[in-house]
Ligand binder design. Sequence first.
Ligand code: SF4
Ligand code: FES
Length: 254
Amino acid sequence: MPTLTVNRRSVTVGDDATILEACRVAGVEVPTLCNFDGLEPWGGCRLCVVDMSLRTWDDDWFKMVTACNHPVEEGMTVVTNSDRVVATRGVVLDLLLARCPETPLIQRLAREHGIEETTYQRNPEPTDCILCGLCTRVCDHIGVSAIASVNRGWGREIAPPFNEPPPDCVGCLACAEICPTDHIKFSTSSTVRTIWGREFEMLRDPATGEAVITKAQAEHFAKRSGVPMSYFEMSDRSKRLKTAKTFEELQVVK
Ligand code: SF4
Ligand code: FES
């Protein structure tokens, strides 16, 4: 259980903790854009940079690292608000504001860092995609990998293969729900869900008629988990009712 200091506050954290987790324990906020609890840290956006130093280093020697994927060590010193850390975060946000000048999340973060307008060339075709990679990583995580990052420069974006309806997609919406800027568009009706240019049949709860999940998603989850398809087509309300009924029928042992 390493003990370290974060902005002069002493904290003790688990052996596998990252600097970001230690900052949270210390109550110190570090901005992040590509980090999501439950997904492997990626270190892509560079917004979470902090200064760190180890006991064995010279007193004035600090190294800038990304907090989300850097492990803690016993005796480590972490500084989240040094001049160069603040300046580096400013550059990251300035660049993001050039790419995504109309994206409210980036505008707000940039403003919080004193940036109203980008000092770089503004993207001639503004996008809300900040290239955080959360959507592709969550898609990989659930074993689908239907989308990927393509192209370079201004044109870099997230897309399915050949920009065509992705054959591997199961229409689960994990990518759209994790996207911090709501860039991924979809629609769901009582019978059909549309995302990435592909239409998916919705499965309806046999008891309530409520559209619950796409058929492709239920098949994917049933195959991966071994849980029968019928479980996935039940709405949350039906699951609660079934649980209540099961408890009602149980004999209480006193
Ligand atoms: S589409 Fe959303 S989640 Fe995916 S990289 Fe872009 S901003 Fe991140
Ligand atoms: S949150 Fe650490 S690099 Fe993006």
